[in-house]
Design a protein around this ligand. Structure first.
Ligand code: SAH
Length: 236
């Protein structure tokens, strides 16, 4: 098995895995690199770097938060499938929806789902601002996850409308995370949520990361999110 760098860190962080999951990650790596030749899915392509900066990073939430079987999880702005695909591989009994505004990225995700034979996972095309107002999706998810999509203030407006009262929004951030949280406090409150715990970690190579868990405790007012484009142009 090639992926020693990943298993070393999963061992270190106490995240359980098995041969089948590692094979699925390996296959996802092959599909990602192949498709990346013709469309822009990732700037990182070197094997060890994808294993750590994409796969390990996506999986880190498993060290800090437990997902229950049958829960509904949304990956907002999934792009090439992060964190949704690695997490789905590790959480076969949790339902995932992978959302993005770019349809051809979702075509790639659909081909990955089919190739890996993943179940209880679907894709959804559209802008979060519009979809969060759709009854089918509003306040329907136990957890919404998002990595590298927007600043935390904008992202709180995009994501929290999807979260059930009692559920949480998990934001994957880099070194600017703490400052972003300070700027996002008002947006989080307006959306009916409060900042919960945060978890700092370092990826192999030294990149600093932080996960914010934002807890939704009251229903989001009907006026949010505002219309498409406004949350990023004019953050709350
Ligand atoms: N989460 C992935 C991709 C990050 S790039 C990763 O960590 O690698 C950001 C992605 O978010 C892009 O694919 C973009 O199309 C999507 N996105 C940005 N704004 C969005 C919006 N308002 N609604 C839905 N998707 C959005």
């Amino acid at each position: 098995m090639k992926n020693n760098i990943l298993t070393d860190y999963l061992d270190q962080y106490g995240i359980p895995y098995d041969g089948y999951r590692l094979e699925q990650l390996e296959r996802f790596y092959e599909l990602l690199i192949e498709k990346n030749k013709i469309m822009n899915l990732t700037a990182i392509t070197e094997y060890d770097e994808v294993m750590t900066k994409h796969f390990l990073d996506s999986l880190m939430i498993l060290k800090y938060h437990s997902f229950s079987d049958g829960e509904m999880v949304l990956d907002l702005g999934t792009g090439g499938g992060f964190p949704g695909i690695p997490l789905k591989i590790f959480l076969p009994e949790v339902s995932f929806l992978l959302m993005d505004s770019v349809n051809k990225k979702l075509d790639f995700i659909s081909s990955v789902i089919e190739d890996l034979g993943l179940k209880n996972i679907d894709v959804c095309h559209g802008r979060a601002e519009d979809l969060a107002r759709d009854k089918k999706y509003r306040e329907k998810f136990d957890a919404v996850l998002s990595r590298a999509v927007a600043n935390l203030s904008t992202l709180s407006e995009l994501s929290l409308g999807f979260v059930k009262v009692g559920g949480c929004f998990v934001s994957y951030k880099g070194s600017s995370g703490k400052k972003e949280l300070a700027d996002a406090e008002k947006a989080i409150e307006l959306m009916g949520a409060v900042p919960g715990r945060d978890y700092e970690y370092e990826l192999p190579g030294g990149d600093k990361r932080i996960l914010f868990l934002i807890e939704k405790n009251t229903s989001t007012p009907g006026s949010y999110p505002r219309k498409a484009g406004t949350p990023s142009r004019n953050p709350l």
